[in-house]
Design a protein around this ligand. Structure first.
Ligand code: 5BU
Length: 264
């Protein structure tokens, strides 16, 4: 399906070019699933990417979770993602001052050289965004930041006032592609969408087709509810990589999210 027809106002209003890249991939494959590939080795990562690549629209990583990291082994993960037209989304949750965040975009993992998208907290002040963007500038690349406006874990400290400040900061920055919302609560997603408007993406972790509750304080909601409430991408980890049949699971999430976008 054509991306502009599938996404409507979101296609017309989102200014960041990477939002259009995501919407195009999603429309081509019929999926709003962002795989949270929380696996411990690059071999497992490459394998799951090739298995579920046709049913997902972006790849979310935690590069510091991988036990056999090297520039060479990571390049295989990047190449696998690119072969399925997937952007790389490093869920780094930067939180330091701008200058240090810029430096942390480099370092051993050199996130700036392969990540298209990263997450950041708003807690240290608005300059963290320019610090991250300067990291991409240093290697002549362009990326986008997702600010954590809400979280899925219970007892988190992201109050409504904090969410509002985060949205105000994001609205003022061309580098901010969107916001992370709480996928376990359709009410919180609707409220976030109401404040954000049409001009930015909202992606939501805390989504599972069956589990009521995750381990260690994770909360879950249904992917269809999240999309209908205004999420543009569901971040799914355990529901796919923890399944006995990851391909069937990825397809089930893809179908549920695409049908929900069509009904929206
Ligand atoms: P799960 O296995 O589907 O529960 O994994 C969720 C993923 O989303 C995991 O990689 C977390 O780091 C990520 N996450 C989250 O669960 N909740 C949040 O609020 C944010 C990220 Br921000």
């Amino acid at each position: 399906m054509r991306a502009d027809e599938a996404w409507g106002a979101r296609w017309r209003s989102c200014a960041h070019p990477l939002s259009h890249r995501f919407m195009e991939t999603a429309a081509e494959k019929g999926t709003l699933v962002v795989l949270a590939a929380d696996l411990g080795s690059t071999e497992e990562l490459v394998s799951i990417i090739h298995q579920v690549g046709p049913h997902i629209a972006a790849l979310k990583t935690h590069v510091d979770m991988v036990e056999d990291f090297s520039q060479e082994s990571w390049q295989e993960v990047v190449d696998a993602a690119h072969s399925h037209d997937l952007m790389l989304f490093e869920d780094r949750k930067f939180a330091d001052i701008g200058r240090v965040s810029q430096t942390q975009m480099g370092g051993i993992y050199d996130i700036r050289s392969w990540a298209d998208i990263v997450t950041a907290h708003r807690v240290s002040g608005p300059d963290i965004i320019d610090g991250i963007a300067a990291g991409w500038d240093d290697v002549q690349r362009i990326g986008g930041v997702f600010l954590l406006a809400q979280m899925s874990s219970r007892g988190n400290l992201l109050s409504e006032g904090y969410t509002d400040e985060t949205i105000a900061t994001g609205a003022a920055s061309p580098h901010v592609l969107g916001y992370i919302g709480n996928g376990s609560s359709p009410d919180e997603i609707s409220s976030l969408r109401g404040k954000v408007g049409e001009g930015k993406m909202i992606w939501t972790p805390g989504v599972n087709l069956s589990a009521e509750e995750g381990v260690l304080g994770q909360r879950y909601g249904h992917p269809s509810d999240a999309i209908r409430a205004g999420s543009d991408g569901v971040i799914v980890g355990t529901g796919i990589h923890g399944s006995d049949d990851p391909v069937a699971a990825a397809k089930a999430y893809a179908d549920a999210t695409w049908a929900a976008l069509m009904s929206r």
